[in-house]
Design a protein. Sequence first.
Length: 389
Amino acid sequence: MPNNLLRIMEQQNHNSRSSSEKEIMAASCLEGTGGSLPDDIVTEILARLTMKSILRARSVCKHWHKLISDESFASRNVQFSHRNSMALIEDSGTRLSLLDSLGEVSRLSLDFLETQVFVRASHNGLLCCSAKGENGHTDYYVCNPITRQHVQLPYIAVDADLVGLACDSSGRKFNVALAGHLYDKNKEANETIIGCVYHSESNTWRKHMHRLDDLYEFSYIRKDPPVFVNGAFHWITEYSPIVLLVLDLSRGLLRKMRLPDKILKEQEDNTYCLLEFEGCLSVIEISNSWMVTWVLQDYDNDVWYMLDRVSLNSNRLDLSMLEIVPICQTREDMVLGIGQWMFLYQRNSREWKPRYKIMKYGHIDPLFYSAFPFRATMLPCCQFDDQLH
């Protein structure tokens, strides 16, 4: 890390009182003035707090704990989950690091799963994890690391190259999508791609077969977490020609989606990745000099617009020679992995701020970590588990 980046890191200031403490005090004052507020108003106030504040609010009094534990609270809170947008970093075994837009880092553990797991996908506060089970089979779990609830999915015999998770904002159902090559008895990949979708309502997997020659680009798909918008998962190829692989949940079909020429005008030299932006699909285009953010404003009519264009070789910070991995974004900022650091890019000020040094099992190892967009919610897994039994 260049010396000027270290100096920037040292200049970051921290408030003496955390934002979560201030939010709890404000909520307490609102309820404490002029008698108790109606439950629906208190619930509305609590639902708008950050997740850190909500977790603290549960211990303020029994009444708040009851309101927050109610099933309807989780579905209401998810409507404001953009306030809890973070980057989830899997860098130390079963422990996860959460980096928020303020640069604060908190820790979560997946030790409640009682096995070594790897995070494969994230959506609406839930995680899809995989683990090696008996006989070398892969087991899949869906969990909420905030509430520490989890459910194990029925076994399915597929070697998944791609994994996606989609959770309904009401918290009533979720889907897990797997896609991979179909292998014969000699464990050699044949010319068939298998797509599988798990439906929590029925506790079943549905399989769909696709010919490899129809989806030749499948072998060159980036293994980044997919973006789920418009009822479908989206992945992007790593090499030219740049196309999107789309898995439609309603039909379980894999299809290709082309990007417009204005985005692909220099695709031979640029790299591309996908993020979500306010419920829309977003493509991040990275060249040696620029990073451009495109947003698909109208999915049905294929209307894209440029959200942001930022120089990578400004006088203060030269990023042109470093690998840049965008993790998540909001209208105000973007979290990116750059070398062994997690950076926060603030769009309004156009500032780059190093926030977190990545550690893997106690050692700096930027090549072997995973990072996911994450929005902390209290959506339950237990009710899915109840449905399964």
